[in-house]
Structure formats: C-alpha cells, structure tokens
Design a protein around this ligand. Structure first.
Ligand SMILES: C[S@@+](CC[C@H](N)C(=O)[O-])C[C@H]1O[C@@H](n2cnc3c(N)ncnc32)[C@H](O)[C@@H]1O
Length: 418
C-alpha cells in the first residue's frame, strides 16, 4: 500500500514529495533480509534486498541496465539478475566481486563432510603479512588458523575453494579478539571473554564443525538463490577501484546506489583482518583505506544547493567543515560525473548523517543539486517500518508530522528532465 504525503517543511524545494511504502511487504517473495545469498556475510550498511527489488520493479524496464558505483556486498547486481537487468558494479573494497560471485553462482558439487578431513590433515602453515597478528589471535589458535588458510590458498580455483571462503573468514573472526559488533577492528572485555570461554572448550573440534556447517549453509543459500530463477545477464563487476576517478565505459539506464555514509564508516578497516589472511599486504590495505570517503583529498566541485551552503555556515570547527565539504565534493562529485552517462533514473539511497549531532539533510541537498543539472525530483520513498520507529523521536514538534529532513533512510528518485 502506498500513501503519499507532501510535507510542509522548511526545505528549499517545496515540491518535494515523500511516499511511505513498505518495501518488505511488497517483496514478500524475499522473506527476510538474509534470505538466499543476501546475507552470506556481514557488510556494513548493506542494502536490504527488498528495497533494491522494489526500486527496480518500479523504475527499471525489462532489459534496462543498472549501475551501482558503491556496490558494497553487491546486492544491486544480485537482485538485478532476478529481474533480468544487466548491471555494472564498482567498489573500493576488493572483496566485493568475490562476495557477489558467491551470491550468484550455481552451488558447486562439494560434499561438506569430505572437505574437513582434507583440511585437518593439512600440515603446511600460512602467516599473514601483519605485524600485530599475535595481538589479534590467541597464540593457541594461530597454528590451526595458519594450516586452514594454507589449505585454502593451495586449493585449485572454483568448487571447494569458493564455498570454503566465507566460513573460513567467519571462523577466523570468531577465533580472534576482535569484537565483531564494532565497526572497525577493536578488542573489548566481551570479545576477550569469548576467547577465554573458547579456550575452555574443545575449540579445535568446534572450529572444524563451524567450517563444515558453514559450507553446508553456503550451498543451501546458493540453491535458494537459484530457485529465484536469476537470468544470465551481462555484468561488469570491479573491486579495489576508486569511484572518484574510475572511467565509465558505457551508458546505463539507471544508477541505483547507497553512497558511503558521512559518519566515519570505515569499510576497509572492517575488512582488514579478512584481507590480510587472504594475502593482501598491510601497506596495500592502508593505501585502500586512504581512498575511502570522506578521508581522501578531493578536488573542490560545485554543489548546487542552498541547503548545502546553509549547513556549511552552521559548522564552526574548521576540520569538520572540511570533512563536510570533502564528503560532498567526493560523493556528489563522482555522481555528477556519472549521471552524464545515465539515461533515465538516479535512485539514491541515503542514510542518516549528522555533524556534531546536527542532522544533515543529504536527501534534500541531493534533490536541489541534481535538479540544477538536468534532473527532476519524482519522489522520495521512505520505508514505513524503519521510519515509524525513527519518527517516534523525529516528529516535528510544531506539526506532529515526520520531519523529512531527518528520517532514517530514504530513496531519492530523480528522473531525467530532458
Ligand atoms: C553504504 S556502502 C554500500 C553498501 C551496498 N549498497 C550493499 O548493498 O552492500 C558504501 C560503499 O562505498 C564504498 N566506498 C567508499 N569509498 C569509496 C571510493 N572512494 N570508491 C569506491 N567505493 C567506495 C565502501 O567500500 C562501501 O562498500
């Protein structure tokens, strides 16, 4: 069900419309956010698959091609296949193509029970290029982890190697002092206690059981995804690149993306342990982290929005002003370049943002900016489930109406004006 509300808000663009919809109700064939392969591995700020499905169902015609230049876990491509839309995915994270490939592949013919004995019999070891490896893993676990990773690195491409990867990444995290509930690598009293408890158990048997059950789960999830009858569409998937200066070779009908959040979401740091065990060098990981938004130095670009200027004026501390500017120069600069090659729709999923507790109306800034450069604001879709919880706190006290500048997450829909 769709209800439409036009808000009386202090926003600059009075024609802005918000539609409250329930993406989850509309996509009832995707019963949960982790259905099939949508939740094989944790990814910060991952798209809810139902949101992508709803967006494509509304705006993508048959055969339309879709670009996601900040693809993260690759959800846009995984959903696009189920609607037979070709697509292109980019991300700074070099693991994105792997997560995406695992999500869309036919399950290989692998017996989880026969995988583990081979692994247990393996004697060689692997040690990552990581000077603090002893700080992050208890010394008792390191030989076992090293053997498991050596086994993985020596497997031939495809088959068992594919389906072992995510269970091995998860088990390596579990057998580390990292607190997975935190955004970046960090130890906590809770995570240290977890390791103490593990040491009191038969931790070796538990590790191999995790791998075996993990492989069985991957295979089952891949079968579920294939049951959604994905089409064998054309796709172009690139990881480890900087969207700010990556050339776009072909045109697309739709750009659907969720850009990096303004608050320090350090995606590369979250994947540091994974990358190092996979064989990346520590300084390569550091260099990737430097390209994350809003940390990298970017050229100044024009942001065509009064709201952007108004909020910039309210920020006093120089380093926060710079962070705010760099964020918009980076994200909007990239999108401004890419929109030239987009034929019909820009679908921008923006999350909440604030500077020193002051909410920044990114969706409003997007509407103003893109309206100035050849786009028309069609609507903003707000998920009614998420928004209800948020509005409890965020209603405008004067009107009791939800304040569209502050809502949790919404999908800004822009349509080419000419
Ligand atoms: C909000 S997440 C996208 C999540 C994605 N929609 C999903 O379903 O998982 C933003 C992404 O932007 C990526 N990113 C950050 N800076 C980047 C840059 N300079 N170039 C390319 N990607 C970048 C991050 O690695 C992260 O995956």
């Amino acid at each position: 069900m769709t209800t439409t509300a036009t808000h009386k808000s202090p926003a600059r663009n009075d024609s802005a419309q918000s539609e409250f919809i329930s993406f989850r109700d509309e996509a009832s064939h995707i019963p949960s956010t982790s259905h099939a392969t949508f939740g094989l591995y944790r990814y910060p700020a991952k798209f809810v698959p139902q949101v992508v499905w709803g967006a494509l169902k509304r705006y993508a015609r048959s055969g339309d091609s879709v670009l996601d230049p900040f693809a993260g876990y690759g959800t846009v491509g995984t959903v696009a296949r189920t609607q037979a839309n070709p697509y292109e995915l980019w991300d700074l994270n070099p693991l994105m193509p792997t997560f995406h490939a695992l999500s869309i592949m036919e399950p290989p013919d692998v017996d989880p029970d026969s995988l583990v004995p081979g692994l247990m019999a393996h004697r060689d070891g692997f040690r990552p290029d990581w000077k603090n490896v002893d700080y992050w893993h208890h010394e008792a676990f390191l030989p076992m982890l090293g053997r498991a990773w050596s086994y993985y690195h020596n497997l031939p491409q495809g088959g068992a190697k594919d389906v072992l990867l995510i269970p091995l990444l998860k088990a390596t995290q579990r057998y580390s002092f990292n607190d997975e509930k935190r955004q970046k690598l960090s130890q906590s009293p809770l995570s240290r206690r977890r390791i103490e408890n593990l040491l009191d158990e038969d931790w070796e048997a538990k590790f191999y059981r995790m791998l075996r059950d993990g492989v069985a789960h991957i295979l089952k999830s891949q079968r579920q995804y294939q049951a959604m009858e994905p089409a064998n569409v054309e796709s172009h998937v690139v990881g480890g690149i900087n969207t700010l200066n990556q050339p776009l070779e072909s045109e697309h009908d739709i750009l659907l993306t969720s850009p990096p959040y303004m608050q320090a979401q350090e995606y590369i740091r979250r994947f540091k342990m994974d990358l190092l065990w996979l064989g990346w060098y520590e300084d390569e990981v550091r260099d990737l982290g430097r390209m994350e938004m809003p940390y990298q130095r970017v050229d100044e670009v024009s942001i065509h929005s009064r709201t952007y200027e108004d909020y910039l004026e309210k920020i006093e501390e120089p380093h926060l002003r710079l962070l705010y500017q760099r964020y918009f120069w980076g994200v909007f600069g990239a999108l401004t370049r890419l929109q030239e090659s987009i034929r019909r729709h820009l679908l921008l999923f923006v999350g909440p943002a604030s500077v020193r507790g002051m909410p920044i109306p990114i969706s409003q800034i997007a509407v103003e900016h893109f309206s100035e450069i050849g786009w028309r604001h069609q609507t903003t879709l707000v998920d009614s489930i998420v928004s209800r919880a948020m509005f409890f706190y965020r209603a405008n006290p004067a009107t009791g109406e939800p304040d569209p500048r502050m809502t949790a997450e919404h999908l800004v829909v822009m349509e080419r004006a000419h």
